[in-house]
Every structure is written in structure tokens, then in C-alpha cells.
Design a protein around this ligand. Structure first.
Ligand SMILES: Nc1nc2c(c(=O)[nH]1)N[C@H]1C(S)=C(S)[C@@H](COP(=O)(O)OP(=O)(O)OC[C@H]3O[C@@H](n4cnc5c(=O)[nH]c(N)nc54)[C@H](O)[C@@H]3O)O[C@H]1N2
Ligand SMILES: Nc1nc2c(c(=O)[nH]1)N[C@H]1C(S)=C(S)[C@@H](COP(=O)(O)OP(=O)(O)OC[C@H]3O[C@@H](n4cnc5c(=O)[nH]c(N)nc54)[C@H](O)[C@@H]3O)O[C@H]1N2
Ligand SMILES: [Mo]
Length: 674
């Protein structure tokens, strides 16, 4: 029997799956041809999903630590014992130190509405500290908002109507293949596609041209392009007079951003910038597919703000379906997340901890966290400053609970490990974050072993903590029904029959948004935004600590998804060992040749990689693909050990692409030490 399911992972499409159920287990997975976004196309990672779900190393019952923290030695206990231990420790901690010394940590392990958000209700009720969830693209969202407010950006299917598309800081082949397929296959006259990236990733095979920039300098590139547009009278001044706020004042500032100046900063030749601007400005329907790569910097929000202004200068928003894709897709939520998160359960404000600074928070002696509860997150492998984070997790006095499916590098530090379900074992609603679409998938099979979903785990913990709200007594099916029975205004835009069908399972696509209705307070595109600290957008250079000459960026891998799929031998094998992509001009003076073991280091760590020499990045940039676990690292650390805990200019986001490093042969470095 084939059942409809939806991919729970952190990709823009939330692909439709069909899972074959035999004897209470899923045995096969294929793409759901009827899915409005993914059609029948799914990635190889999900085709092999049954191997993950029934993996021999999956955690099937609760466990208590018996070895040292981090060592990975545990013994089996019952759910009753686990819940009793957690609730009694928490009651003690609350009495002695207060509920704010308990910190939940969650991010994108599961992206579906209920399972991702239900912990908020529990921890609001508990009065715990809040985790600020800005591990991914909040600087991007912020930069876009400062210009466009709540106006939705383009839906990716609209890119096929564009005759000139800039794929900008986006490894679309790995992260959003449907967007590329839509563009390349469905368009009769293909038009041109240009990739702007710091590293020639495999998405280049879909592009007619690749423009390599220095990390963190895209804002300058956008400004120089706008300089050319204005100079060549390609700016749509009539549109801007009517639809924009502050354009004339902004235009004056463009004078200084010449292509020559931009060449010095971005590393892109002046004539290439000139040509790029002219092609963009002369296109009938120019578009941008914006990734998140260039927002993960100390100037990330400003960079996105400047890129968002570019289509406005060209008058792109004037024409339907032409502009920028990759930011918010609908005006409001398709479901009301507050019904799951229950902010009303919180009785008084609590302190916040930024997820990117989790390491700092765990090591903060003035205001120590007494207990950490981790779910849908594997911070040892995905969050910045890995060594400091592990030091924090080593604290004997920190009571750590990890709700997981595998004994991840983070779970190894837990005092108590709780077994988590896979998506096919739970019921949920899935909103795609990159497409205007929503789906509902009831559970296809019963949970393996003693695994519980996030929802069911919080219900059990709530009971043990004595919470009496009815909410904690609902099943996840009841929660889903509440949400679907009470649709948001946004969801009401879908046809009634479609909403009815959704309740039985499957996905629907929302009607196209009207991008020309600019949803800022003034109804205008904000070239100047008086509300912001930087009222006038401008190029903000990222600081460079000169002792480290190279710029390190982290790039997603096609074979894995964040830290997920480390269980799948065939994917891990295809991905290969931890490599660092280096330009030959940087390798030569350091006597590094392809395939050698090297150290990449800064003041935080010294991480070993295999050198991979490639002309596919500018000299001065090095790139590390993929999130590795410690077992697949070369010296017990991964690239995240080299990431500082600094935040972006706005949006409090990660700056994981904004770190300086030096490299040397591993052998030479160890000799120097002797
Ligand atoms: N070096 C490097 N670091 C990165 C990135 C990078 O490209 N390179 N990308 C960054 C980005 S963009 C992001 S979004 C973050 C993501 O970082 P994380 O949020 O840590 O994401 P994942 O690795 O996808 O998932 C974390 C864990 O959730 C668990 N999980 C899955 N489903 C469930 C469930 O239903 N319940 C529970 N309790 N657990 C579940 C999985 O087993 C997994 O171990 O990583 C960031 N870190
Ligand atoms: N296969 C696979 N799919 C994934 C993921 C994965 O790990 N693997 N991760 C998922 C998640 S959580 C997310 S957030 C999305 C991310 O999807 P994307 O937005 O496509 O990916 P990013 O990690 O942001 O990186 C995109 C590109 O930005 C480039 N870049 C870095 N700095 C700069 C810069 O300053 N300027 C320019 N122009 N480019 C720069 C990198 O080289 C990289 O090629 O993908 C999701 N899908
Ligand atoms: Mo992400």
C-alpha cells in the first residue's frame, strides 16, 4: 500500500513522497507525481529513507549515561525512569536557581509545524529561557524586509518567465533542484543564467556564466551594478518616482560606487561588472534567485538589502513575476504557529540565548545554565565554535537531555537520551518555506521501538511537571485538526475544495501573490528606511583580521543535509572525506599540493582537511563543503570549530561564512611544534 508523505527536512520545497507500507514498515520511497511543487522528483537522500528509519544504530529506547560526558556509553532505562529523573531534576533546579536556568535548544532537524514548534509551548509554560533561532537565514530575511516589508518575493516557478536570471549565493543544484529544473526545462527560450558565488559549485553546470566574487562583498557588486544602471539610463525612474521612497537621495550615493572601485573590493573585473549590469538592465524580465550564502556575514543583512534594491532600480517589481526569489513567499503564515507555540503560556519574560552563541552561554559562569534540553538540533556538528561548545557540554553540573534518533556527537554528551521518531511515524502539517505550498501527512507507520515524537514527549513531560492545561492532553492528530479547522486568512485564499482535500492528506499550492502590492507602511519600496540604524543603504566592509590571510566559507554538500544522513554509508562514501577547496595560487607558496593533509587554523582551532586544489574560487578564499560528524573528521574537529560566535549586522544571524584562517601542511605544522 502506498501512502502520501512529505519530506520533513530543511529544504525549500517540502517534497511530496509516496511511501510503500508493508507489514507495518515503510519499504520503499518515491516521489509523489501529484505534488504541486516537486512533482515526482526527489533527491537520492530521501529515496533511501527506509535505510535511515530502520538503521541498526537508531536509538529505540531511553538511555542513561554510564560513561564520561562525550564518551558515548549509556544503559537502557524505561520511559518512566527517564521522565521521573528529568522532572525531578528540573523541579530541584527550578527551586534552587529558577526556571530560567533551563534552556531548550532546537533548530531544523524536523521542519514540520507541530513537531518543530510544540516544545515552545512546553518551555513557555515551564518559564525556561528562550532560544533565539537564528542559525540559518535571519539576516537575509531582515535585509529583504528593510526594503520590501511584508511583500512576498517571487515563487520559484516564476523564474521560468525570466530571460536573465542571476543565481546569487545559492547552490541550487544541491539545495533547490526544482527551481533550476523549472527554469531550465520549462522555458522555451531558455534565456541566460549567471551564477554569482564565491566558489564554483556544481550549480555552475546549469549556468551560462559564473562570476566569482570575494566573500562578503556582494553588496559592493550590487551597488556598482546600480551605478551602471543609473549612468546608462536603465533605471526605471518613472516607476521609482511613483513606487519608491528615497530613490533620489540614494541615487546620489551611487556616484562613488564605480565599477573600478568595485573591482578592487569584489575581485570581479570592472568590464565583467559593467557587462553584467547592462545585460541585467536591458533584459525584459530580469530575475534573481537569492540563496543564503552571502547573508551569513557580519554585513549580511546589508548585503541582502542592497541586492533587493537592484530589481527595484530596474523596475522589475513593476512587471508581475519579475524580481527577486528566495525570501518570504507569502504575506502571512499559512498556519497560526501561536496555536502550537502558545506564547500565552509564558507568565513572565525570560532571558534569551542566541543559538549561535550557545557555547558562550554554556560557559558563562556569571549566569550559569543548569540544564539543557536539545531536540531537532545537533549543535556539536552544526553550530559555531565547536571546541568551546564541547567544553560547555562537558560541565559535570550541566544536566543535559537530548531527544534524538541517533547517538549524534551532541547526544554523546547527554545525561539522558530520549528516542525520537522519524517523520513517517508522526502526523504533521508541512509548510514549504521556499514555495507557497502546504501539506498534511498523517503518520504512515507506528513508531519503531519505544520512540516518541516531539509532541508526545512534551505531553509526557508536561504531565510529570504537573501542567494541567488541556493542550498537553491533546494528541498530535487533534492538534493538526485544530490548525486545519481554523485556517489563517492566508490559507483561506486557497480554494475550498483544496482545503477540504488537504485534511485527508497531500499538498496544495497557493494562488500566485501580487508582488506589485508593496506591503510596507507607505506602500513604497524603501530605498531609504528611516526606522533602521543605517537609514541609507551603503557598502559595509567585513572586518578582516590581518593575521589570517584567507577567508573561509562553508558550503552545503549535495550528499547530506546539514548533519542529517551521516547514518547512510553510501551517501557518506560518495561525499568523501573532509576537503578544503584551495586556489593553486594560495597553495603554491605554502607548498601544498592536491590531496595532501593540511591544517586550517585560526585563534579558535586547528582543523585537519585534505587539500583540494581548484581554480573554481578566487585566490584568498577557501571553501569547506558539507557538515561532517566528528567520526568522519580527520583530527576530531570539523569546520565549525573555526567559526566564531559573532552575529550578523541585523537579524542576529550566524556568520558562519565570515571567518579568517591560515593553512599549512599538516606535517610541517607538527614539525614546527616539535
Ligand atoms: N559547517 C556548516 N555548518 C552549518 C551549515 C553548513 O552549511 N555548514 N548549515 C547551517 C544551517 S543553514 C542550518 S539550518 C543548521 C542546521 O542545523 P541543525 O538544526 O542541527 O540541523 P540537522 O543537522 O538537520 O538536524 C539536527 C538533528 O535533528 C534530529 N531530528 C530530526 N528529526 C527529529 C525529530 O522529529 N525529533 C527530534 N527530537 N530530533 C529530530 C536529527 O537526527 C539531527 O541529528 O546548520 C548550520 N550549520
Ligand atoms: N543537499 C543539501 N541541501 C540542502 C542543505 C544541505 O546541507 N544539503 N541545507 C539546507 C539548508 S538548512 C539551507 S539554509 C539551504 C541553503 O541553500 P543555499 O542558499 O543554496 O545554500 P547556502 O549554504 O546558503 O550557500 C549557497 C552558496 O553561497 C555561496 N556563498 C558563500 N558566501 C558568499 C558570498 O559572500 N557571496 C556569494 N555570491 N556567494 C557566497 C556558497 O559558496 C554556496 O555555494 O539548503 C537546504 N538544502
Ligand atoms: Mo539552513
Amino acid at each position: 500500500m502506498w501512502e502520501k508523505a512529505i519530506c520533513p527536512y530543511d529544504c525549500p520545497a517540502s517534497c511530496g513522497l509516496l511511501v510503500k507500507v508493508e507489514n507495518g514498515k515503510i519499504t520503499e520511497v518515491k516521489g509523489d507525481l501529484g505534488h504541486p511543487v516537486s512533482g515526482g522528483i526527489i533527491c537520492r537522500k530521501m529515496k533511501g529513507y527506509p535505510a535511515s528509519v530502520y538503521h541498526s544504530e537508531r536509538i529505540l529506547y531511553p538511555m542513561r549515561r554510564t560513561g564520561k560526558k562525550g564518551e558515548g556509553k549509556f544503559c537502557r532505562i524505561s520511559w518512566e525512569e527517564a521522565v521521573e529523573e528529568i522532572s525531578s531534576r528540573w523541579k530541584d533546579i527550578i527551586e534552587k536557581w529558577g526556571s530560567e536556568t533551563i534552556l531548550p535548544a532546537v533548530y531544523s532537524g524536523v521542519m514540520s509545524d507541530i513537531q518543530r514548534n510544540c516544545g515552545h509551548a512546553f518551555f513557555n509554560r515551564l518559564g525556561a529561557s528562550r532560544i533565539v533561532m537564528t542559525l540559518c537565514s535571519s539576516a537575509k530575511g531582515e535585509g529583504y524586509r528593510q526594503v520590501m516589508g511584508n511583500t512576498p518575493s517571487l515563487s520559484p516557478e516564476e523564474l521560468k518567465d525570466s530571460d536573465f536570471c542571476l543565481v546569487w549565493g545559492c547552490h541550487a543544484k544541491a539545495t533547490r533542484i526544482h527551481s533550476l529544473i523549472d527554469r531550465v526545462n520549462k522555458k522555451k527560450d531558455k534565456g541566460r543564467t549567471v551564477l554569482i558565488d564565491v566558489y564554483q559549485n556544481d550549480t555552475a553546470s546549469y549556468a551560462d556564466q559564473v562570476v566569482l566574487v570575494r566573500p562578503g562583498t556582494d553588496g559592493m557588486l550590487a551597488l556598482a551594478m546600480m551605478h551602471v544602471l543609473v549612468r546608462e539610463h536603465l533605471a526605471d525612474e518613472e516607476f521609482l518616482r511613483e513606487k519608491a521612497q528615497g530613490f533620489d537621495e540614494f541615487k546620489e550615493t551611487l556616484r562613488e560606487y564605480t565599477v573600478q572601485k568595485a573591482e578592487r573590493i569584489t575581485g570581479v573585473r570592472a568590464d565583467v561588472i559593467e557587462q553584467l549590469a547592462l545585460e541585467y538592465g536591458r533584459a525584459q524580465a530580469p530575475s534573481i534567485l537569492l540563496g543564503s550564502g552571502n547573508s551569513r556575514y557580519r554585513n549580511g543583512a546589508m548585503t541582502v538589502r542592497l541586492i533587493t534594491l537592484l530589481p527595484a532600480v530596474a523596475g522589475a517589481w513593476k512587471k508581475p513575476r519579475i524580481g527577486l526569489c528566495g525570501c518570504r513567499v507569502t504575506r502571512g503564515g499559512l498556519t497560526d504557529l501561536d496555536q502550537i507555540r502558545r506564547p500565552d503560556f509564558r507568565k513572565k519574560p525570560a532571558k534569551s540565548v542566541n543559538i549561535n552563541q550557545l557555547a558562550g552561554a554554556l560557559l558563562d559562569e556569571k549566569d550559569p545554565i543548569q540544564s539543557l534540553y536539545v531536540y531537532g538540533l545537533n549543535p556539536v556538528d552544526t553550530v559555531s565554535d565547536q571546541n568551546a561548545l564541547r567544553k560547555g557540554l562537558m560541565r559535570e553540573d550541566l544536566f543535559t537531555v537530548v531527544h534524538e534518533r541517533f547517538l549524534t556527537d551532541t547526544a554523546r554528551y547527554a545525561d539522558i537520551v530520549l528516542p525520537a521518531t522519524f517523520s513517517v511515524e508522526q502526523t504533521d502539517i508541512y509548510r514549504a518555506y521556499g514555495y507557497p505550498s502546504i501539506g498534511f501527512a498523517p503518520k504512515a507507520v507506528e513508531p519503531a521501538g519505544e520512540c516518541k515524537s516531539n509532541w508526545n514527549t512534551f505531553c509526557v513531560l508536561a504531565k510529570a511537571m504537573g501542567f494541567e492545561e488541556d493542550f498537553f492532553g491533546w494528541s498530535e492528530e487533534e492538534m493538526a485538526r485544530h490548525l486545519l479547522d481554523d485556517p489563517t486568512d492566508q490559507l483561506m485564499r486557497a480554494k475550498k475544495e483544496e482545503r477540504e482535500a488537504l485534511r485527508k492528506g497531500g499538498s496544495l499550492k497557493m494562488p500566485r501573490e501580487d508582488h506589485l502590492r508593496i506591503e510596507t507602511k507607505s506602500g513604497k519600496i524603501l530605498f531609504v528606511n528611516e526606522k533602521e540604524k543605517e537609514r541609507m543603504p551603503r557598502y559595509l566592509p567585513v572586518e578582516r583580521e590581518e593575521e589570517y590571510p584567507l577567508h573561509l566559507v562553508a558550503v552545503p554538500s549535495e550528499y547530506t543535509l546539514n548533519s542529517e544522513f551521516a547514518d547512510r554509508e553510501e551517501l557518506v562514501k560518495a561525499r568523501g572525506p573532509m576537503t578544503l577547496k584551495i586556489h593553486p595560487d594560495d597553495a603554491k607558496p605554502r607548498k601544498i599540493t592536491d590531496g595532501q593533509r593540511i591544517f586550517c587554523y585560526n585563534d579558535l582551532a586547528r582543523v585537519e582537511f585534505i587539500a583540494r586544489l581548484t581554480p573554481g574560487l578566487l585566490p584568498g578564499t577557501v571553501a569547506a563543503e558539507g557538515v561532517y560528524d566528528l567520526a568522519h573528521s580527520l583530527n576530531g574537529q570539523t569546520v565549525n570549530a573555526l567559526h566564531h560566535q559573532r552575529l550578523s549586522d541585523c537579524g542576529e544571524a550566524t556568520t558562519l561564512n565570515d571567518n579568517r584562517v591560515e593553512i599549512c601542511l599538516a606535517r610541517e605544522e607538527s614539525l614546527q611544534e616539535l
